[in-house]
Design a protein around this ligand. Structure first.
Ligand SMILES: Nc1ncnc2c1ncn2[C@@H]1O[C@H](COP(=O)(O)OP(=O)(O)OP(=O)(O)O)[C@@H](O)[C@H]1O
Length: 333
């Protein structure tokens, strides 16, 4: 459904001595099969949107090739656009008409009859909890409502291949969960192929069959969430030691079975290959050594650990802000 080979995009910014070249996408290869939901994950500025803009024909690649739904993005852009739905990060611009009319016009642009566009539009309004807002102007909608209207616009013509650029940014948790359900249904009920970018780990984990991780314009990992996590070195064991003077001893005992042991107040943490095998013996050892614990916790690897292993940086640290939905974004012209 989607293939890319050696995709590159460079931007030139500044003039004269300030002139610099940004290699926003630096040789991306990817393959997405029909019916797959693929999560394109990476920190701010990693190159997600730029890749998506090339795949949706909005930006011509500096180098490399890509086909989408069997069409070449450079030679057959019209066919590509007709085959896809696209929900951009910045959102659609609306003319000042009623939301419902905007949606119907958009459907008709794709060759739908007015009656079909109205029916499908109303169905999507209901599905995305916009009921009652058909006759509201988009400029008078809340940010979250407008975001959901963007999604309606992208899906109005029932595309079987959908590109979503950070679809849930700016949505409250309930609207987010609702959109997740809808994305899952797209595949389940329509067999749609979905390619979505996100910087939310939980979103990629919950929705995607397969995850591509991009960092600094390059794909650093591509696999199922489970396989990616399995590549990370083991489970994190977190011991909470009852008394100050036993912390060092606990760290020493943990270090006999775990890697990268570190201490943080009363907490002693380390990574073990298989916690289920190691922890019972560790507990006996701690007990025999006279170390008393307040708690023990075992954490399975997260996608953030995967990112850390691949890049040496935490995805959360690489993010601007604290991982909460951003309300404002700086647009790069
Ligand atoms: N039009 C442009 N001119 C100059 N630089 C650009 C332009 N568009 C993107 N960039 C730069 O290219 C890099 C990749 O940007 P891109 O928007 O693709 O990242 P992203 O992964 O989508 O990030 P985010 O999560 O913030 O959307 C960044 O360094 C960005 O500043």
């Amino acid at each position: 459904m989607i293939t890319a080979r050696g995709l590159v995009q460079t931007f030139h910014t500044g003039r004269g001595k300030q002139a610099t070249e940004v290699r926003a996408v630096d040789g991306v290869d990817l393959d997405v099969a029909e019916g797959e939901v693929v999560g394109f994950l990476g920190p701010n500025g990693a190159g997600k949107t730029t890749t998506l803009r090339m795949l949706t024909t909005l930006l011509s690649p500096t180098a490399g090739t890509a086909t989408v739904a069997g069409y070449d993005v450079v030679r057959e852009p019209v066919q590509v656009r007709r085959s896809i739905g696209y929900v951009s990060q910045v959102g659609a611009t609306f003319s000042g008409a009623y939301a419902g009319d905007e949606v119907v016009d958009h459907g008709m642009l794709y060759g739908m009859s007015r009656a079909d566009a109205v029916r499908r539009g109303q169905e999507l309004f209901e599905r995305l909890q916009l009921d009652g807002l058909w006759k509201r102007m988009p400029k008078n909608m809340s940010g979250g409502q407008k975001r959901r209207l963007d999604v309606v616009m992208g899906l109005i013509h029932d595309p079987t291949l959908v590109f979503l650029d950070e679809p849930t940014t700016g949505l409250d948790p309930q609207a987010r969960a609702n959109l997740w359900d809808h994305i899952a249904d797209l595949r389940r009920e329509h067999g749609a192929t979905v390619f979505l970018t996100t910087h939310y780990l939980d979103e990629a984990d919950a929705l995607a069959d397969r995850i591509l991780i991009i960092d600094q314009g390059r794909i650093v990992a591509a696999d199922t969430a489970d396989n990616l996590k399995a590549q990370v070195s083991g489970d994190l064991v977190d011991l909470e030691v009852a008394a100050d003077d036993q912390v060092a001893l606990a760290a020493e005992r943990l270090a006999t079975v775990a890697q990268a042991v570190e201490t943080d107040g009363h907490h002693v943490r380390g990574r073990v290959q298989r916690a289920g095998r190691v922890v019972p013996g560790l507990l006996r050892d701690l007990d025999a050594s006279g170390v008393e614990l307040d708690s023990i916790e075992v954490l399975r690897p997260t996608l953030d650990d995967v990112f850390l292993t691949m890049t040496g940086r935490s995805l959360r640290d690489a993010e601007s802000g604290d991982g909460q939905p951003e309300t404002e974004r700086e647009e790069v012209a």
